[in-house]
Design a protein around this ligand. Structure first.
Ligand SMILES: NC(=O)C1=CN([C@@H]2O[C@H](COP(=O)(O)OP(=O)(O)OC[C@H]3O[C@@H](n4cnc5c(N)ncnc54)[C@H](OP(=O)(O)O)[C@@H]3O)[C@@H](O)[C@H]2O)C=CC1
Ligand SMILES: O=CC(=O)O
Length: 313
């Protein structure tokens, strides 16, 4: 079995040695420009067009992340980026769910315990206990009820917050109110105090967090964007912060990354920023998932994590 590997920033030697450990029978090589030798599987992130074009005999391609938007969006300009009829897989969880839980729980508790307000008071040397918020005032609405949304919902439920989710198909998760499809988006937003975005980036979800959506949230709402920058219309977010509709936002992802120094988001006092680190690919968990999936494919067994190219996630 031949496997080709390409990632622009990962430690290739580290990945190769651990892949080899999990797949001892495989010939694994780092793909280099000009390499058109046979391959059964390709493991990629931001692959050059030349790497995969024409490789119709691949058995599968693995994206080395959870979101596949960076690959699928390039298909418009480079239709031969992905060979036809070759299944594309993505990483499912592989340690990212735990990271998303840590991020979401810590930030929701930060807002719930009013640490943002106390930080502002501190800047004015103001010693002033504030009224507590009650969990009932802190309904959490999670957009995107997939692998990561499900785990984040469970971790926030454990803290006693009312949790609801919104997805294309209805979920029946114990204690979580489920809303499905565009017709139920308004009901999902009504009363949501903390909006957590964990949607994939697709043509349907681009710019979804806009003025009309933000206006439907509860007053003094908060936004936590953990998914993709293209989901949010930045001007509308800044306007909602200025109008007081939104009390704060924490953003991990941006339309342009790195976020340009001239962006007003950097300077807004009620916007917190992290550099797309909410959940990073953990090599050992990712390699275990890929090796398990290759094993299942070789044996003709069922797999999970295949991307539906028509849905775009
Ligand atoms: N910031 C970071 O560090 C990271 C960000 N991410 C982002 O998180 C995203 C989510 O990951 P993951 O949970 O694994 O993805 P999944 O594919 O498991 O879940 C996607 C969810 O979004 C829902 N959805 C998709 N399209 C729509 C739509 N048009 N309307 C309503 N709901 C929709 C799906 O609905 P249904 O269940 O009905 O199919 C599903 O519940 C990734 O795509 C990636 O962009 C991921 C990892 C790290
Ligand atoms: O944003 C990261 C990913 O894995 O998707």
């Amino acid at each position: 079995m031949n496997i080709i590997f390409y990632h622009p920033t990962f430690d290739n030697a580290y990945w190769l040695s651990h892949l080899q450990h999990h797949l001892p029978e495989a010939n694994i090589r780092i793909w280099q420009p000009g390499d058109s030798d046979p391959a059964d599987y390709a493991l990629v992130w931001h692959p050059p067009v030349e790497m995969l074009a024409g490789r119709e005999s691949l058995k599968a391609i693995f994206a080395l992340g959870a979101g596949v938007d960076s690959i699928l969006s390039r298909l418009k300009t480079h239709p031969d980026l992905l060979p036809r009829n070759v299944p594309l897989y993505r990483l499912e969880d592989t340690g990212m769910a735990r990271q998303m839980q840590e991020y979401a729980v810590s930030q929701v508790l930060h807002w719930f315990r009013r640490f943002d307000d106390y930080q502002l008071q501190k800047q004015q040397a103001q010693w002033q206990p504030l009224d507590d918020y009650q969990p009932e005032q802190f309904t959490i609405g999670i957009m995107g009820a997939g692998v990561l949304g499900n785990n984040v919902a469970q971790s926030l439920q454990a803290w006693g917050f009312p949790v609801r989710c919104w997805s294309r198909s209805r979920k029946s998760w114990s204690g979580v109110e489920s809303f499905a499809g565009p017709d139920e988006l308004g009901a999902f937003l009504h009363g949501t105090r903390v909006l957590i975005n964990l949607l994939p980036s697709t043509p349907e979800t681009e710019n979804i967090i806009n003025r009309a959506l933000l206006e439907q949230l509860a007053d003094d709402a908060y936004l936590l964007n953990l998914a993709r920058g293209v989901h949010v219309v930045d001007e509308d977010l800044l306007a909602a912060l200025e109008s007081g509709k939104l009390k704060g936002a924490m953003l991990d992802v941006f339309r342009r990354e790195p976020l340009p120094p001239e962006s007003d988001l950097w300077r807004h006092p009620r916007v917190a920023i992290t550099p797309h680190i909410a959940a990073v690919t953990r090599p050992l968990e990712a390699i275990a998932f890929i090796a398990k999936t290759i094993g299942a494919l070789e044996r003709g067994e069922a797999t999970t994590g295949q991307v539906d190219l028509t849905r775009g996630y």
